[in-house]
Design a protein around this ligand. Sequence first.
Ligand code: PMP
Length: 351
Amino acid sequence: MFSGRLKTLKAYVPGEQPQDRRYIKLNTNESPYPPSPLVGTALREFEYKRLRLYPDPRAKRLREKVAQVCGVETDQVFVANGSDEALSFCFYAFFDAARGKVLFPEFTYSFYPVYCNFYDLPYEKVSLGEGYVVEVEPFLRTDSCGIIFANPNAPTGISLPLERMESLLCRYPQENAVIVDEAYVDFGAESALGLLNAHRNLVVIRTFSKSMSLAGLRLGFVIAHSSLIEALFTVKDSFNSYPVDTLTQMIGEIALSDESYYRAMREKIVLTRERFSQRLQEMGWLVLPSKANFVFATKKGIAGLHVYQTLREKGILVRHFDMKGIEDFVRITIGTDEDMETLLDAIKSSL
Ligand code: PMP
């Protein structure tokens, strides 16, 4: 009944989305603010009869809009059903076991090893430097078929400066892909987009789930050289011709046209992050310097699991990773100022 392949699958475990009661949800890095009001208007006015037809399989209008906003050509843009799908297609298209291992940081997005297992790609986790920082030198190896890292990294929130990314790209073999997952880049890190012209092996991945407040929509995109983008179309069309539906293509385009709204939301989140980090440090916590919409924090003498469980009982969800080396940390998504006040009160009274 079941395939041999299925028996060896190790699936990713997403953060909880509990339905049993109302929580202050600070566990999956969603935005606490709604999407642009233009999205609401477009949904209300949507001509439902359009759903009779299949969507544009190449999502031309949406890709044109992404290209305009990112300052690239349309043929450098690929859109997918969330950046998870974009990542999956990139692993399939660009990494090859025959050329060596996939390299990624020791602590990073835990979907990367899942894709490696899924596509039978050998991988190696590269140790982080002092202070959980991604170092460039350990990635400069000849036995690898490609590199992937998140910038800012997750769950640490620490960003890699542009000059270090450039140094990596200049010294790493050009026939191997370097994928930069910029899911959280809008909250203050430097983007690698400006390096695309000089480095044809660079692949940048973005999402609408975090800074665009559209996690429920499932939309992500890839920016890379047009030949790499064509390869992603080949993968898509061998899997599902229409992973991005008509409504999603329309909403994505509209959301991208409301830059001023989203800039204001990002600024709010960054301000809340800085204030919250400061307050938590004053309470004796170690908070890693974050450029994302979450912070990674620990308090000496308290187990991460205990923090997670205590807060959960108080109706606040944060994320705990049961991984040696970071087991005493929790990852806390930045919510509204009010959410963070409630969290600080709960920490003060119970931890
Ligand atoms: N990359 C990173 C680093 C993430 O944390 C996430 C969110 N879990 C994703 C990609 C996937 O985001 P989405 O599929 O919602 O676009």
